[in-house]
Design a protein around this ligand. Sequence first.
Ligand SMILES: Cc1cc2nc3c(=O)[nH]c(=O)nc-3n(C[C@H](O)[C@H](O)[C@H](O)COP(=O)(O)O)c2cc1C
Length: 180
Amino acid sequence: MNFTETLTGRRSIRKYSDQPVTKEQIEKIIELTRFAPTWKNSQTARFHVIMNPELKNRIAEEGTCNFSKNKLNIQSAPVLVIQTTVDGIAGYEKDGTFTTSKGTHWQSFDAGIACQTFCLTAYDLGLGTLIMGIFDEEKIKNILNLSEGESIAALIALGYPAEQPNAPKRKELSDIMQII
Ligand SMILES: Cc1cc2nc3c(=O)[nH]c(=O)nc-3n(C[C@H](O)[C@H](O)[C@H](O)COP(=O)(O)O)c2cc1C
């Protein structure tokens, strides 16, 4: 698979097979995800990998804001990754003030780059992913006993795909680009 094929072939996967994903595969994905660029190389993304089915099911039941689609998405996947960011670093000066007028924006920006790097790497290794933005941050933080200085950026389902969805339509280049 060349890079264009990886980029265009990755899809959000919402149905997974029972084939297990190994710890080694997940380590490989996160090892490569470390190469994503970050604000001043601050590397604030963290990955809490849930392979325990009971714990994963508890998050599906209690941590999805009654959005039943994400409950099913999480139940279907053999692995759930809780991607977090260490707060107060990306976008900040050493004295704790913001470097730019965009405030906390940069830690989410870095999280997004890391998340896409994770998903493309997983796809390149034959696995499917789904990024989920609808979740109950406080509930999941409590369930996992996450440290105070971490925010949840996204949930990522991971596993072998049991579906091959078509790509949702993309906007035309003329809708999103101008040359000035
Ligand atoms: C920040 C973000 C949040 C998302 N949240 C959800 C979600 O909560 N549930 C879901 O089923 N899909 C979610 N998606 C997946 C999008 O719906 C999907 O990426 C989009 O429809 C394009 O499809 P594709 O990923 O197959 O190209 C999310 C994607 C992103 C980037």
